[in-house]
Design a binder for this molecule. Sequence first.
Ligand code: PAF
Length: 288
Amino acid sequence: MTAAVPRTRVAGTIAELRAVVDERRAGGASVALVPTMGALHEGHLALVARARELADVVIVSIFVNPLQFGPGEDLDRYPRTLDADLAALDGLGVAAVFAPTVAEMYPGGAASTRVVAGEVGSLYEGASRPGHFDGMLTVVAKLFHIVRPDVACFGQKDAQQVFLVNRMVRDLDFPLAIEVVPTVREADGLALSSRNRFLSADDRRAALALSEALRAAEAAGPQGVEEVLAEADAAFGAHEAVQPDYLVVVDPATFLPVEPGATGEAVVLVAARVGSTRLIDNARIRLG
Ligand code: PAF
């Protein structure tokens, strides 16, 4: 018996990928891009499913982008599981996976030209991971230029990333739409993440502190931001193995912290180290 060969086409170079896209575009097809760093899980597959609804041709990129990892971060241990990723995408109607090497994406070494994420890029995730969002936006801008999609799908799980990508698209006039897909969770509330695989059984239980903090925040919303922070903080601090990084309530329009007494829509962002793994999560809540 011969092993099943994944049918998803893999383009390792920009030229190969462009050939696939150009051919389909010449036939009038619209194109959706799902940018990923691989280690695909159901959250990524939800992005692919949404992309299929929005366009004729779906391209998935799989590239662990060194530019968005700082010194001492988990670039080396970030899971690289291309064969399993291709198997997961098999049969989902993906026209091609773009899986370039680092040299293909950054032929001159560390890219000399970068997108600058600005003030919001230095807050929350950006404060803990300096340069992360400049690196993320740089690779996303490159992917947009390489694929030239009509729409690109991102997960709500990375709320700050989504905010910054939307702002880059607006500020730099990229001609495409951004589609935001809800976070996929385990039955007990844990948001799916490629990094969850690093959690021990104990860490996995402790990691629920993030989604529990968000639930507490949501319930306290009508009582205002101070109560939201107090309730969420109590839930967040309830697990010994959890080292909270930040817990903040932001205005979805500016991504800056809301003022005391604010009412209306807000986003609660949480981040923590659980064991050796850094996790983030967020939820939309209503204040007042
Ligand atoms: O969300 C991710 O996986 C990455 O930040 C992205 C958007 C693929 C850019 O490397």
